[in-house]
Ligand binder design. Structure first.
Ligand SMILES: Nc1ncnc2c1ncn2[C@@H]1O[C@H](COP(=O)(O)OP(=O)(O)OP(=O)(O)O)[C@@H](O)[C@H]1O
Length: 676
């Protein structure tokens, strides 16, 4: 007798090789197997012959009216018998499936899927179907090593034993409220639906279950965060006010608002886990600087983590400038991989002794030898590149800083509930005043000369420009060649100016020097591949020329455009492209129409359709097997509400009704992919 917790290799036919292949599909136990659902059903279309067109594929169900006869010709053979459907007799022929004859007797009910020949009232059989079930064929997501048919077969074997023994994960009161099936019925109808409505009902229940379990995990994570007794940061409000007064600009009301939200969190003796979401160029850095300064005035250290070394370096420069200009002497250091051994050792010593106030770096900051004197705040830039597990690393060796994650990836409201479910969110939805709307134009390749002469007039006027060439995924060499060719063209076009070339093959050191030169206006034109994409801040750069712009996704184009329009100059983005697809054209049109990242993100979603996993993957939204977090948003919202309600009840995890859920969550938490 097989039970749910058994390893799948208890099933006949699952040897080491197949086991490995099943592991690839995340199937380890019998429970995993029976929760591995078909993603659609082929309707085999049971009908009467009179309703069927010639040549149509169809399923006929009837009574076998003549004994099966197998005739052979050479290596081939055919099996024939009659099938009485209602009052019509149809002649059935199977080719090369002689075993069919052994399973057929006169008088027996049979369902056969095949192609109908109306003139001859004959059916060329393709397969026999379980006559007592409906003609729905479940289609399983398969891999190269395991076919859908094998999965189907294993599910049948397993279900025969565990049927009726599955406990529901969604508590009964919630199931009743939303008319959801219990888990036995749900699983049975996912695999063996008697008809389409039953399959639909089972999918609905499965999707809800999946969302609910996901939301439970988020809520538990949130609770765990809160229970991690965070530290109350006793910051110096006077000092913060003085810092603000020394800034080179006035903070916008939205910046004020989000700074207040963050400070409130820091002040509480609770752990902060907040996401700061703001469009490109909206001024997140100064908000983060305030939060870090708050920690420092409270006698704590702060760390800022960026996804790349270029960005880390930029942040270190920007922060130093901000604090220097305000006359504050904080010690800010940059930890990079290029640091010499002795320098690194000194840096780490100063960090642990508390001499360093703020340290900026990449993932390198998560290495075990990096220890703090007293870390109070971790700012994480571009949050979706850091998984929850990585954040957890920060907590090891006893440090449990407040977390402020920042992202410029505009996630449409419809997705943020899924992407950031466990965090509190602050949004900057207003750009600093004085910004002029970036003017975006679309040009074809034969207008490139025109674009370049426009760049010329702007540079003569003191502006700086980016020229971006597309990343060629198949070949980094081509990619670099492309950028290099453009660089050479620009040198010819602009002999009087200094031109830089930035691409992925350069060392971090070379990149750093280039960026510093560009920032200081020692370089006027920077030809770059997409390495320039996120976070680079050079306010005097006001021209962005993107070549083959149709090769970029909308989010990427928006990020690139966000590199300009950061100062007071009128900025321009020129998209050079001859798009070959409607989708390419639509993306460029969207860019011309709006500069609002949230509008673009929504448009992107519509253009791609919610089924596109790739896009959602990029944005950090987890994938689901059955439910669609965009189409089924309301269901996700309900699942979230119910999860919040459940975990807010005292001793909810002690209640017998919730044991199956509690067990399931603890069993599966460890290998939960969404949080990697
Ligand atoms: N209130 C303000 N008034 C005027 N300028 C501001 C204000 N706040 C920030 N800035 C300036 O706006 C520019 C963009 O700010 P910042 O680099 O913080 O943007 P960001 O939100 O980090 O954007 P990205 O995600 O694109 O890096 C910077 O040059 C910064 O000095």
């Amino acid at each position: 007798m097989i039970i749910l917790a058994d390893n799948v290799n208890v099933l006949p036919g699952v040897g080491p090789k197949r086991l490995e292949a099943l592991h690839e599909l995340d199937i380890f136990t019998i429970e995993d197997l029976i929760s591995y659902f078909p993603f659609r059903y082929e309707d085999l279309g049971e009908r009467l012959p009179s309703e069927t067109l010639d040549g149509e594929k169809v399923t006929f169900k009837g009574i076998v009216s003549t004994p099966p006869v197998v005739s052979r010709f050479g290596k081939k053979n055919q099996t024939r018998f009659g099938l009485l459907i209602d009052h019509e007799n149809v002649r059935v022929t199977f080719f090369n499936q002689p075993w069919i004859a052994q399973n057929i007797d006169v008088g027996q009910e049979a369902a056969i899927y095949g192609t109908y020949n109306a003139a001859k009232a004959a059916l060329t059989g393709m397969k026999m179907i379980n006559a007592s079930a409906d003609a729905l064929d479940p289609i399983y997501p398969a891999s190269k090593q395991v076919s859908g048919k094998t999965i189907r077969h294993l599910v049948e074997l397993a279900w025969a034993d565990v049927r009726g023994t599955v406990d529901s994960l969604v508590p009964e009161n919630i199931r009743t409220k939303y008319r959801l099936l219990d888990r036995n019925q749900q699983i049975e109808n996912m695999h063996f639906p008697p008809d389409m409505p039953a399959a639909k009902a089972a999918r609905r229940s499965s999707a809800f279950e999946e969302f609910f379990v996901f939301q439970m995990r988020l809520q538990l994570l949130k609770l765990a965060d809160q229970n991690f007794a965070g530290e109350a940061v006793n910051y110096d409000s006077e000092a913060l006010r003085a810092f603000e007064n020394q800034l080179p600009y006035t903070l916008t009301s939205v910046q004020h608002k989000v700074i207040d939200e963050i400070l409130q969190d820091q002040k509480r003796p609770r752990h902060m886990n907040r996401l700061l979401q703001g469009d490109v160029g909206s001024g997140k850095t100064v908000v983060a600087a305030m939060a870090m300064y708050a920690a420092v005035t409270g006698g704590l250290q702060a760390v800022m983590m960026a996804p790349t070394e270029i960005l880390a370096q930029q942040h270190a420069i920007n922060l130093s400038q901000l604090f220097d200009n305000a006359g504050l002497s904080l010690r800010i250091e940059l930890l990079t991989s290029g640091l010499k051994v002795t320098a690194r050792r000194q840096l780490l010593a100063d960090l642990v002794s508390g001499e360093i106030d703020i340290i900026v770096g990449t993932h390198a900051l998560l290495q075990p030898d990096v220890a703090f004197h007293h870390l109070g705040l971790a700012v994480i830039d571009e949050q979706h590149r850091f998984g929850v597990n990585q954040r957890a690393k920060l907590r090891e060796n006893g440090v449990n800083p407040d977390i402020l994650a920042m992202t410029a990836t505009p996630i449409p409201r419809t997705l943020s509930i899924t992407a950031y479910g466990e965090m509190d969110v602050s949004v900057i939805d207003q750009l600093p005043s004085g910004r002029k709307t970036i003017q975006t134009t679309r040009l074809s390749h034969n207008q490139l000369d025109q674009a370049i002469s426009f760049v010329k007039t702007q540079i003569d006027d003191g502006a700086q420009a980016y020229i971006v060439t597309p990343l060629i995924e198949e070949s980094e060499t081509l990619d670099v060649q492309n950028a290099t060719a453009m660089y050479e063209t620009m040198q010819l076009e602009f002999p009087q100016y200094s031109i830089g070339l930035l691409h992925g093959r350069l060392s971090n050191e070379e990149k750093k020097v280039l960026m510093a030169d560009f920032k200081a206006n020692r370089i006027q034109i920077l030809v770059a591949t997409t390495v320039i994409e996120v976070g680079v801040d050079v306010p005097n750069a006001s021209i962005m020329l993107i070549l083959d712009a149709d090769r970029f996704g909308l989010a990427q184009l928006h990020q690139l455009r966000g590199r300009v329009g950061r100062g007071t100059r009128q900025s321009y983005t020129m998209l050079i492209a001859d798009p070959k697809t409607d989708y390419g054209t639509a993306r460029l049109d969207a860019m011309v129409e709006t500069t609002d990242g949230f509008v673009l993100a929504q448009r992107d979603l519509e253009l791609r359709g919610s089924g596109d996993i790739l896009g959602t993957k990029q944005s950090g939204v987890p994938e689901f097997a059955v439910g669609d977090p965009i189409k089924d948003l309301t269901m996700m919202e309900i699942a979230q509400q119910e999860a919040i309600t459940l975990v807010s009840q005292d001793d909810w995890d002690q209640h017998p009704d919730n044991q199956a859920l509690v067990d399931y969550l603890s069993r599966t938490m460890a290998r939960y992919r969404h949080f990697d």
